[in-house]
Design a protein around this ligand. Structure first.
Ligand code: NAD
Ligand code: MG
Length: 382
C-alpha cells in the first residue's frame, strides 16, 4: 500500500522538493492533497501531474480560478479557505502530513493533524517556536510521531538513531552564518532585502532566507531542537559553519561526537522524514570531502541580536516565543518591502517583547491572542 501524503504548502521551496522526492518514489508514496496560499497556476499544474484526491487554496479569492483550471479533472475535489486546510489533514486515507507552510499559519492545521493521529513531517518550525510545549504534549497524547524536516534537526535525529537520550551531553547545531557573516555593524546597517536574499549555501523561501541572514532562524532552531529532542537550551550549542556540509552533530557521554554530513539538499531530510526508519536512494550530487575545508566559529550575538533575543524568549518561556515569532513575521515582511532596516528588525522585536502581555502558562487561545497583540505592537512600532 502506498503511503498517502498531504502537503501543506506544496508550491513552496520545501513543497516542490517534496514533490520531487515523491516523483522519484512513486511506488511508495502518493499525494492525497496539495495546498497553497496564492500560487494557483502552479498548484493546478501540480494537481494535474500528481492527481491528488483534493486541493486546497487557502486564499479564498483564488477559488474560482482554481476551479476553472481544474474543470476537466472531475476526480480532484477543490476547496478554499483556512478551515478547509484544518479539515483536509484529518481525512481518513491520509497517512502523513508534510507541514511546509510558512509562519504562524501552519500552527492550526498541524494541531488538527496531530489530533487526527497523523504522522507529522515538520518543516514549519514556527509551529514549535510558538507552541512547542503544547505541540509536544498533544503529539504524546495522540501518539502522533513528529519527524523533523529541518536539515539540522534531521541531522541530529539521524545521529540519535540507536542511542539513549540519557547519554546525550549536548547538541551541536550548525549555522551557515548567512550572507552577512563577516560584515561589520556599520555595513549591516545598510544591507537591503536583495542582499539578504542571496543566501550562500541554501536556496529557500524568502521569509526563512531573511531569518537566516539575521540568525533569527538559528534562534528558532534552538527552540525547535529543545522541543523535538527534550534538551535544554544550555545543552544546545550553535556553531557557525559557512560550508553547510556538517548539518549538525551530537556529543555523547563518552565524548564521542556523531555528525551527519552531505551536500546542502533539502530533499534528503524530506525523504528521511517520509521513509524513516528506512533509507532510500536519492538522485543528486554527492559530497566530495577533498573539495573544501570545514570551518567552525562562534556566533556573534552582539552583531546578530536576533539570536540573543531568541535565547531570551526561550529562557523567559510562556508566551514569549510566540511574541518573538509574531514580531519577527511583521518585521521580516517589512524588511522585504524596504520599510524596516536590518538592525531595525531586532530593535522592534525587542520592544515588542517588552510591551506585550506576558502569560506564563499559555493555552491555544493565549497563543491566538498573543500573536494578534504582538503583530499590532510591532506594526505600530514600524
Ligand atoms: P515558501 O515561502 O517557499 O513556501 C511556503 C508555502 O506555504 C507555499 O506553498 C505557500 O503557498 C504556503 N503558505 C504560505 N502562507 C500560507 C497561508 N497563510 N495559508 C496556507 N498556505 C500558506 O517557504 P519554504 O522555504 O518552503 O518554507 C516552508 C517552511 O519550512 C517554513 O516554516 C520554513 O522555516 C521551513 N523550512 C524551510 C527550509 C527550506 O529549505 N526552504 C528549510 C528548513 C525549514
Ligand atoms: Mg535549518
Amino acid at each position: 500500500m502506498k503511503q498517502q501524503i498531504c502537503i501543506l504548502g506544496s508550491t513552496g521551496s520545501i513543497g516542490t522538493q517534496a514533490l520531487d522526492v515523491i516523483r522519484q518514489h512513486s511506488d511508495l508514496y502518493e499525494v492525497y492533497c496539495l495546498t497553497a496560499n496564492n500560487r494557483v497556476e502552479l498548484l493546478a499544474a501540480q494537481a494535474r501531474e500528481f492527481k491528488p484526491a483534493a486541493v486546497v487554496i487557502a486564499n479564498e479569492t483564488h477559488y474560482g480560478r482554481l476551479k476553472e483550471l481544474l474543470a476537466d479533472q472531475s476526480d480532484i475535489k477543490v476547496y478554499a479557505g483556512a478551515a478547509a486546510l484544518e479539515q483536509i489533514v484529518e481525512a481518513g486515507p491520509v497517512d502523513m502530513v508534510l507541514a511546509a507552510m510558512v509562519g504562524y499559519a501552519g500552527l492550526a492545521p498541524t494541531i488538527c493533524a496531530i489530533k487526527a493521529r497523523k504522522k507529522i513531517c515538520l518543516a514549519n518550525k514556527e509551529t514549535l517556536v510558538v507552541a512547542g510545549e503544547l505541540i509536544t504534549r498533544l503529539a504524546m497524547e495522540h501518539h502522533a510521531p513528529i519527524l523533523p524536516v529541518d536539515s539540522e534537526h534531521s541531522a541530529i535525529f539521524q545521529c540519535l538513531v540507536g542511542e539513549d537520550m540519557n547519554e546525550v551531553e549536548k547538541l551541536l547545531l550548525t549555522c551557515s552564518g548567512g550572507p552577512f557573516r563577516t560584515f561589520t555593524a556599520d555595513r549591516l546597517a545598510a544591507v537591503t532585502a536583495a542582499d539578504a536574499l542571496q543566501h550562500p549555501t541554501w536556496d529557500m523561501g524568502a521569509k526563512i532566507t531573511i531569518d537566516s541572514a539575521s540568525l533569527m532562524n538559528k534562534g528558532f532552531e534552538v527552540m525547535e531542537a529543545r522541543w523535538l529532542f527534550g534538551v535544554p537550551a544550555d545543552k544546545i550549542q550553535v556553531l557557525v559553519h559557512p560550508q553547510s556540509i556538517v548539518h549538525s552533530a551530537v556529543q555523547f557521554a563518552d565524548g564521542g561526537v556523531k555528525a551527519q554530513l552531505g551536500v546542502p539538499d533539502m530533499r534528503l531530510p524530506i525523504q528521511y522524514a517520509f521513509s524513516f526508519p528506512q533509507r532510500l536512494h536519492l538522485d543528486g550530487r554527492r559530497l566530495d570531502l577533498f573539495r573544501q575545508p570545514l570551518e567552525f566559529f562562534e556566533p556573534d550575538l552582539d552583531k546578530f541580536k536576533c539570536l540573543a533575543l531568541a535565547y531570551e524568549a526561550l529562557d523567559k518561556g510562556g508566551n514569549m516565543p510566540c511574541v518573538l515569532n509574531a514580531a519577527n513575521e511583521v518585521v521580516n515582511a517589512a524588511f522585504r518591502q524596504g520599510r524596516c532596516s536590518f538592525p531595525g528588525m531586532a530593535h522592534i522585536i525587542e520592544q515588542t517583547m517588552q510591551r506585550a502581555t506576558f502569560e506564563a502558562a499559555p493555552d491555544y487561545d493565549t497563543y491566538v491572542r498573543t500573536d494578534a497583540e504582538a503583530r499590532r505592537i510591532a506594526s505600530e512600532l514600524l
